[in-house]
Design a protein around this ligand. Structure first.
Ligand code: G
Ligand code: G
Ligand code: MN
Ligand code: NA
Length: 248
């Protein structure tokens, strides 16, 4: 599979799909999250949860990560309207001290205003070599880019990471949202995360919203943004572009 992935990267067999992000108040598309997709000639669709770890182990994640950023910035420029583009970063990418400079160069080349780019990192990123990673996050933020904590609540270090770095946005993990209303405990958890995020000046975003009941609950509790199959699945660029041009 390693060789196949190498070839796939070279031959551009990987594609970015885009999942819309909505404001909860007025239900407008504020942007899209870029998600890698690999359609293998024999094996069919392979999930990023399978090939991202492989790319991380083999070091391919560095080149792949750069390609993702370049492609996502170019696509975001094309759909215009000030809409944001959210890109996932692997914690492994922070082992390259040039990451902030690389991101800066890619933004500059792309012509995309830096404040339209959001980078999503997992709490795990702040476990390893905290000072070095902190410094890089500060440098990246100085470019004018926004930084979100992805999958909040799923790792052990979520809370301590929030204290270490002032993230712009907190993304409430799908695990919490999927249990909303099914399990009263998680309503309490989501409320607590919203209160925590807002008290720290962060935008709160909910992932994995699949039902109108979940959406209404999040609306009532003051969550700012939502993403999930209820609102839109990850889709090829052309579909995202078409969606942008549909009048409200
Ligand atoms: O889209 P899907 O649910 O299949 O994604 C599975 C996982 O792969 C998610 O955790 C997502 O963040 C991750 N992922 C998808 N695209 C990228 C990418 O471009 N870079 C990194 N580092 N992770 C990605
Ligand atoms: O870890 P990260 O948040 O980057 O993962 C995003 C992944 O979550 C994407 O691969 C996307 O396919 C998936 N996803 C997005 N919305 C939903 C949803 O409503 N339900 C489920 N089960 N998965 C979702
Ligand atoms: Mn994400
Ligand atoms: Na997530």
């Amino acid at each position: 599979m390693e060789q196949d992935l190498r070839t796939a990267i070279k031959t551009r067999a990987l594609a970015l799909h885009y999942q819309p992000l909505f404001t909860i108040q007025d239900q407008k598309i504020l942007g899209f999250e870029a998600l890698l997709r690999w359609r293998h000639a024999e094996r069919g669709y392979i999930s990023p949860t399978e090939f991202i770890p492989l790319a991380e182990e083999t070091g391919m994640i560095f080149g792949l990560g750069e390609w993702v950023l370049e492609q996502a910035c170019a696509d975001a420029l094309a759909w215009g309207g000030g809409r944001k583009i959210a890109v996932n970063l692997s914690s492994i990418q922070f082992r390259d001290p040039n990451l902030p400079a690389t991101i800066g160069a890619i933004i500059k080349r792309s012509g995309l205003p830096a404040d339209r780019l959001e980078l999503e990192v997992n709490a795990g990123v702040l476990i390893e070599d905290t000072d070095a990673v902190m410094g890089m996050l500060v440098e990246i933020r100085a470019l004018g880019v926004r930084i979100s904590m992805d999958d909040f609540g799923t790792g052990f270090s979520s809370l301590s990471s929030l204290k270490r770095f002032p993230f712009d946005k907190i993304k409430i993990g799908r695990a919490f949202v999927s249990q909303l209303l099914a399990d009263n405990e998680d309503g309490v958890t989501v409320k607590a995360i919203l209160a925590l995020g807002h008290s720290m000046g962060m935008v709160a975003s909910a992932e994995g919203v699949e039902s109108a009941e979940q959406f209404d609950y999040l609306h009532l509790e003051g969550c700012d943004e939502a993403q999930g199959f209820l609102l839109g699945r990850p889709m090829p660029f052309e579909y995202a572009l078409a969606l942008c041009n549909v009048p409200d």
